[in-house]
Ligand binder design. Structure first.
Ligand code: SD4
Length: 329
């Protein structure tokens, strides 16, 4: 319906949307435009939580989760907990286009990136990420089960406890809540930690991509929803696309973007599909913080969120520049 090309992205990442728009408007494919857009966010270190120098883990290291998906072929390329490489989304595209695999992880993803000619190894820490980490480390709680100290914000080391011992059991419960429940809600989730972007190109082909440093002060090795197709993003040319942001530890249990796209396939409007996917999570986890945007193949878009106010950005030929939409919970 004349709505192509189109770029939609989580948060007001204006420069990222402009970069994707320039690419798609000058004839690049949806996949390439998504990569240009997310890559711009990595270079600009959007909100200090995408690309190098963002959200440090418990050891103070910054790592990258990224993914790209082609909605025509359903091919996916992803990297998770990747170290020492600045170019998350570019590595994801290399995985998609030059291997028969879907996801590479950790230092082996880095080795692949270097072998394919991407620059590095690079220290992904910044002055800010190190300062942030030092402050946190000074205030965080060493879980001490024996002394019955309830961790407010634990930072390891983690070890198995004697569950026969009552005080251990009390502390174990408290620590588990911190680790898997509220923990991630006080670490970084009121920042805009993830770029998730959808592009419809001039041919009407759809692609999605994501890039993030994941959750701040995560346990090293933690992988969130960012590199998981169907969770942080999903695209199917016959239907449309979805992008997500928020508490990945919770959201990845529901594959919200797969849900959104499949609901639209069955005829739901983007707005209803987005709300449905979010409320399925909220019913089980009323405390979770997250959001999705949905866009159908005709260019109709909408957002839904829970626990925070969400903003997403759109650029099409109907606009002079990027427009930002605000969605209330
Ligand atoms: C994660 N989903 O790794 C990311 C974080 C995020 O807004 O999107 N925060 O859990």
């Amino acid at each position: 319906s004349g709505q192509y090309p189109l770029v939609v992205s989580t948060w007001p990442f204006l420069e990222a949307v402009r970069a994707a728009w320039r690419a798609v408007d000058s004839g690049f494919s949806a996949v390439d435009a998504v990569v240009e857009g997310c890559s711009a966010c990595e270079e600009l270190r959007c909100d200090g939580t995408v690309g190098p120098g963002g959200s440090p883990d418990e050891n103070g290291e910054t790592t990258i989760d990224a993914m790209v998906m082609n909605g025509v072929t359903m091919e996916v390329g992803a990297v998770a907990a990747m170290r020492y490489v600045r170019d998350g989304i570019r590595t994801a595209r290399l995985v998609m286009q030059h291997t028969k695999h879907t996801m590479l992880v950790g230092e082996q993803a880095s080795a692949f990136a270097f072998s394919m000619g991407l620059p590095g190894p690079t220290n992904l820490s910044s002055t800010e990420s190190i300062e942030k980490w030092i402050k946190w480390k000074e205030n965080c709680c060493q879980p001490n089960f024996r002394k019955n100290v309830l961790p407010i914000d634990s930072c390891g080391p983690y070890y198995p406890v004697d569950t026969e011992n009552l005080s251990d059991r009390t502390c174990l419960t408290a620590n588990l809540v911190e680790t898997f429940g509220s923990r991630s809600s006080h670490v970084g989730l009121h920042n805009h930690d993830t770029i998730s972007m959808a592009v419809v190109d001039k041919m009407g082909h759809i692609a999605v991509g994501t890039s993030t440093n994941g959750a701040t002060f995560k346990i090293p090795g933690r992988v969130g929803d960012g590199p998981i197709a169907g969770s942080s993003a999903y695209a199917d040319n016959e239907v449309g696309a979805c992008g997500a942001t928020g508490d990945g530890d919770i959201m990845m249990r529901f594959l919200p973007c797969y849900q959104v796209v499949e609901s639209m396939r069955l005829g739901m409007e983007p707005k209803i599909a987005a709300k449905d996917a979010i409320s399925r999570i909220a019913r089980k986890y009323p405390e979770f913080v997250g959001a999705v945007f949905a866009v159908n193949k005709n260019g109709v878009h909408a957002g839904a969120c829970h626990g925070w106010t969400f903003q997403y950005s759109v650029r099409s030929h109907e606009m002079d520049d990027v427009e930002v939409y605000t969605v209330l919970p």
